[in-house]
Design a protein around this ligand. Structure first.
Ligand code: NAD
Ligand code: ZN
Length: 242
């Protein structure tokens, strides 16, 4: 398959499923997971902060890290890649589905609605006692940890941590969409975090086309229909506007 085949496949597809990872937000200035942490946080690996164990032992430290990431995403804005996906949703309507591994909330801010956030969201917190979810206060007013508006309990970041399960309904919806998709797009993800990375194979197994957009080769590349070696915004523009 070449670029013009990929373009035609996307244009003609009735059902399109999209998976995005940290790479689509790189152009908004949000570092990817594998980019080094900066400043004070350079001493910590994300794997050592994003875990139930770390939170159990050092809740204030873990909240401080998430509060900083929350401030960073609220200071960032969606980029052309997020916006092109919101446009693709308007073009495909009911046939469109987006699953993101990102927790930055930028897809929703760009206008995507047929969206599941498989790994949670930095802009909300979840009650440890009653599971209620609240939006965080504006960054300038936010002093962690947040307290539940329903029961007064301590709240934790609303993030799926290492060793935790993905939300079942979101994963099922994503799986259904990728199984039914004529075309799937895999954008800005290293393809090593399962089960999200396995979604591409659900489309391939049913005879669908899977197109990757990533400046670098990934573990998924050899098995996909076509790969565009581009950033998310340029790759999407090449596919959608050519
Ligand atoms: P990753 O860091 O493992 O991989 C990022 C991928 O993006 C790489 O393959 C890289 O080549 C590619 N990339 C870099 N710049 C790009 C660009 N401009 N356009 C397109 N692709 C580009 O991230 P991942 O695969 O999403 O998985 C890691 C985990 O990190 C996820 O579970 C996610 O929840 C979490 N995470 C989220 C954010 C966020 O919300 N923005 C940021 C960091 C990490
Ligand atoms: Zn509560």
């Amino acid at each position: 398959m070449n670029l013009s085949d990929a373009r035609l496949a996307l244009r003609d597809a009735r059902r399109v499923a999209v998976l995005t990872g940290a790479g689509i937000s790189a152009e908004s200035g949000i570092p990817t997971f594998r980019d080094a942490q900066t400043g004070h946080w350079a001493r910590f690996k994300p794997e050592d902060l994003a875990s139930p164990d770390a939170y159990y032992r050092y809740p204030a430290l873990v909240w401080e890290w998430y509060a900083g990431r929350y401030r960073d995403v609220m200071a960032a804005t969606p980029n052309a890649g997020h916006e092109l996906l919101a446009r693709l949703e308007r073009e495909k309507g009911d046939g469109y589905f987006l699953a993101t591994q990102n927790v930055d909330g930028l897809h929703a801010r760009a206008g995507s609605e047929r969206l599941v956030e498989l790994h949670g969201n930095l802009t909300t917190a979840r009650c440890e006692v009653c599971a209620h979810i609240d939006a965080l206060p504006a960054p300038a007013d936010f002093v962690p940890p947040p307290v539940c508006s329903r029961c007064g309990g301590r709240m934790r970041p609303n993030i799926v941590w290492f060793s935790e399960f993905l939300p079942e309904q979101a994963l099922e919806a994503a799986s259904d969409a990728f199984t039914a998709a004529d075309v799937a797009l895999i954008i800005g993800t290293s393809g090593v975090v399962y089960p999200a990375a396995g979604l591409a194979f659900e489309t391939l197994e049913r005879g669908g086309t899977v197109i990757e957009i990533n400046p670098d080769e990934t573990d998924l590349t050899p098995r996909l229909s076509f790969s565009l070696r581009e950033t998310a915004s340029r790759g999407l523009a090449a596919l959608m506007d050519g």
